[in-house]
Design a protein around this ligand. Structure first.
Ligand code: HSE
Length: 409
């Protein structure tokens, strides 16, 4: 069985190495021999044992009918979208780890795959090496999924963890993440929440059936989180995590977001540390089910891509039906204004007068904190309240700095 790999970066090289070094094990498991016929990359790789497989010409792959499966590991939308689409139209199955591509173009690419009777699989696009999409679609198939919450980005989880455990500033923790190779030189997609947003889109679409597009997901990253926020949350027995969440509303629509959230230490997601990811899915029959593991990294991600290649090879003549329709403009509701407990941090003139003022407005502040005698802040967790009501109450106060974070208690 001839396959091609597009892209020889971190994930693509991992895919090549697993397919070559585990060739006989894979053959034994799928009763077929996988042979890498081409690796597409514009760079030179002259010193590898498989250097003879490289091509700079996409047409070599596209026009070779013996190539039945293509693993896309280029990342980004262009030219990945064009190449993947043309491979599917040419009757080749495609597997990918490219969350940006799947989140933006999944509905269209799955439709083409269905029409051409081939597969388009993307297990590695969410949670890296964590098996989550297949279990969700297959093992939880008898459930209505009602909601999910997850830590879907390893880089931001590493940064927040360093702030929580080592009292590091956001800037220092980001630098360390870059030194360790977790964060890119340009870390925008991670720290601004875009990467987690794409994963929410994929999970939400598979959970609820209709394509959720990145621009429909309210997305907030971690760049505004300070050490003071982290310490204030800690004083309530909570940690701040970047949470991706989606849930089905009673009117059939859904809500989806990515945002820094104050998570109680009693919640299992609070214990997910470092670059690890976890996804908690609620099925109406199973209740909560949790998936945990390495959400990024060469070997973990490549192992999921190779498993998809193996699945395609085993099911060349039968395709996986994924429940993935086009989305529409009114499907995702961002501002449900439901009642939630809110974490409020207020910096003003002095603790006593702030406390007295807010006690008047919110009743007794059982959870107010002050870190030292000079502190000019109060911090509390409200009873369930609509954000609009909270904002209205807080808007009456001037010359104070207010930060509100959602909670997951
Ligand atoms: N940059 C991503 C992360 C890699 O940190 O989780 C996988 O999408």
């Amino acid at each position: 069985m001839n396959v091609a790999i597009m892209g020889h970066g971190v994930v693509g090289s991992g895919v090549a190495e697993i397919l070559i070094h585990r060739n006989s094990l894979i053959a034994e498991r799928i009763k077929n021999d996988i042979n890498i016929k081409y690796i597409l990359d514009l760079r030179e790789f002259n010193d590898l044992s498989y250097s003879d497989k490289f091509t700079k010409n996409f047409s070599d792959i596209l026009n070779d009918d013996s190539v039945k499966i293509v693993a896309e590991a280029m990342g980004g939308i262009n030219p990945a979208y064009d190449f993947v689409k043309r491979c599917l139209l040419a009757g080749k199955s495609v597997v990918t780890s490219n969350k940006e591509l799947v989140a933006a173009k999944g509905a269209e690419l799955i439709k083409i795959a269905n029409e051409k009777n081939v597969n388009f699989l993307f297990e590695a696009s969410v949670g890296g090496g964590i098996p989550v999409l297949r279990p969700m679609v297959q093992c939880l198939a008898a459930n209505e999924i009602t909601e999910f919450s997850g830590i879907l980005n390893g880089t931001t989880n590493f940064i927040l963890n360093k702030m929580i455990v080592d009292n590091m500033s956001f800037e220092d923790a980001l630098k360390l993440a870059q030194e360790n190779g977790y964060a890119e030189k340009d870390p925008t997609a991670d720290i601004e929440g875009h990467d987690a947003c794409r994963k929410v889109c994929i999970l939400a679409t598979l959970s609820f059936g209709k394509h959720v597009y990145p621009e429909q997901v309210a997305t907030d990253g971690i760049t505004k989180i300070t050490l003071d926020d982290v310490n204030a949350a800690d004083s309530f027995g909570c940690v701040i995590k970047l949470i991706g969440h989606a849930e089905k509303l009673t009117n059939g629509k859904i809500t989806a977001f990515v945002r820094p959230t104050v998570v109680s230490r009693e919640n299992m997601l609070s214990g997910v540390n470092g670059v690890f990811n976890a996804i908690m899915i609620t099925g109406d029959q199973t209740g909560e089910v949790m998936f945990y593991g390495k959400g990024a990294g060469k070997e973990a991600t490549a192992s999921a891509v190779v498993a998809d290649v193996m699945d395609c090879a085993k099911h060349l003549e039968s395709r996986k039906y994924l429940d993935w329709c086009d989305g529409d403009d009114n499907y995702v509701v961002n501002d449900t204004d439901s009642e939630e407990k809110m974490f409020v941090r207020i910096i003003g003139k002095d603790f006593d007068s702030l406390k007295a003022t807010f006690q008047k407005e919110f009743g007794s502040l059982t959870s107010s904190v002050t870190k030292n005698e000079f502190s000019k802040e109060i911090c509390f967790i409200t009873n369930p309240i609509k954000k609009s009501v909270l904002n209205e109450k807080l808007s009456r106060f001037e010359n104070i700095e207010i930060k509100i974070l959602h909670t997951m208690i």
